[in-house]
Design a protein around this ligand. Structure first.
Ligand SMILES: C[S@@+](CC[C@H](N)C(=O)[O-])C[C@H]1O[C@@H](n2cnc3c(N)ncnc32)[C@H](O)[C@@H]1O
Length: 239
C-alpha cells in the first residue's frame, strides 16, 4: 500500500511520463513504500513452494528492483545470489540493502549470462515487457541457466469479470495504451498481457518444460481456484 512516506501523486505522474528505466530511477528512493514492491507474503509463499525442490546452487533475480526477491532467493541458494535490472537507481538501493549479493545492470531482453545459474526468479515485472518481447527474455533466462536449472515466478489469476479489480486493471491498461499512443518515451506496464496460457507457450518455445503449482498460502478465489500459481519452467538436462 502507499504510505505517507511513499511517492506523492505528482511524483507518480512524473514517473509515469518517463521511460520505464528513468521512471524507476526516479521512484527508487520511495519504491519500497509503494504497492509495486512485491509483498513479503508472495515472496514467502514462493520460497515455501521452491524449498522442497532445492537446495539450489547459484540464484538470479530477474528485474530485481530494490532487491525484494533476495528474501526468497537467498535462503534457497547455497552459492552466489545476483540481481539484474536496468535501473541504476533501483540497483543502488538493492546494493545498499544487500551488499553481499551481486548486482548487474542490464536490459533483461538481452541478458548477459550463459550457463551461470541454477535458479532464476522474477517478481512483479512481466507486465513491463510487451508480449512480443517475452521470447527474448525467456531465451535469455534459458541461456543463463545451467542444464536442469529452474526458472520460477508467481502469476496471479485474472480477476473475475464481475469484480471491481477486473475493471480497474482493464481501465489501467486502456489508460496506458492511450498514454503510449500520445507520448514518447513509452512507459510499458500492462496488467493483462501475461495470461498463463501465453506465458506457458512462450516458455515452451524457449525450450523449457513447464508445470505450475498453486501457492496455497495466498488463498483461493470464490470459485475455489488458486489466487496465485507458481510457474516452474525447467531447462532440460542435468543430473
Ligand atoms: C515493479 S518493479 C519490481 C521489482 C522487484 N522485482 C519487486 O518485486 O519488488 C519492476 C522492475 O523491473 C525493472 N525492469 C523493467 N523492464 C526492464 C528491462 N527491460 N530490463 C531490466 N529491468 C527492467 C524495472 O527497472 C524495475 O526495477
Amino acid at each position: 500500500m502507499f504510505s505517507p512516506q511513499g511517492p506523492s501523486p505528482r511524483e507518480l505522474a512524473i514517473q509515469a511520463m518517463s521511460s520505464v528505466e528513468h521512471g524507476y530511477d526516479l521512484l527508487a528512493p520511495k519504491f519500497d513504500r509503494t504497492p509495486f514492491r512485491t509483498p513479503d507474503g508472495i515472496l514467502d509463499a514462493t520460497a515455501g513452494a521452491l524449498r522442497p525442490l532445492g537446495p539450489f546452487g547459484d540464484g538470479l533475480d530477474v528485474c530485481c528492483g530494490t532487491g525484494a526477491g533476495m528474501r526468497a532467493l537467498r535462503p534457497l541458494c547455497r552459492g552466489r545470489v545476483a540481481g539484474v535490472d536496468f535501473s541504476t537507481g533501483m540497483l543502488a538501493r538493492a546494493r545498499g540493502a544487500h551488499p553481499d549479493a551481486e548486482w548487474v545492470r542490464a536490459d533483461v531482453r538481452a541478458l548477459p549470462f550463459a550457463g551461470a545459474f541454477d535458479l532464476a526468479v522474477t517478481f512483479g515485472a512481466l507486465g513491463h515487457l510487451l508480449p512480443a518481447e517475452r521470447p527474448a527474455l525467456f531465451a535469455g533466462v534459458h541461456r543463463a541457466l545451467r542444464p536442469g536449472g529452474l526458472f520460477a515466478f508467481p502469476l496471479g489469476a485474472p480477476p473475475p469479470l464481475a469484480s471491481g479489480w477486473y475493471w480497474a486493471l482493464l481501465g489501467f491498461d486502456a489508460a496506458m495504451r492511450v498514454r503510449n499512443a500520445l507520448w514518447r518515451p513509452p512507459f510499458v506496464m500492462y496488467y493483462r498481457t501475461c495470461p498463463l496460457s501465453a506465458v506457458r507457450d512462450d516458455l515452451a518455445a524457449a525450450g523449457f518444460t513447464v508445470t505450475t503449482t498453486p501457492l496455497a498460502p495466498l488463498g483461493r478465489r470464490q470459485d475455489d481456484s488458486p489466487r496465485y500459481r507458481l510457474v516452474l519452467a525447467r531447462k532440460p538436462g542435468g543430473s
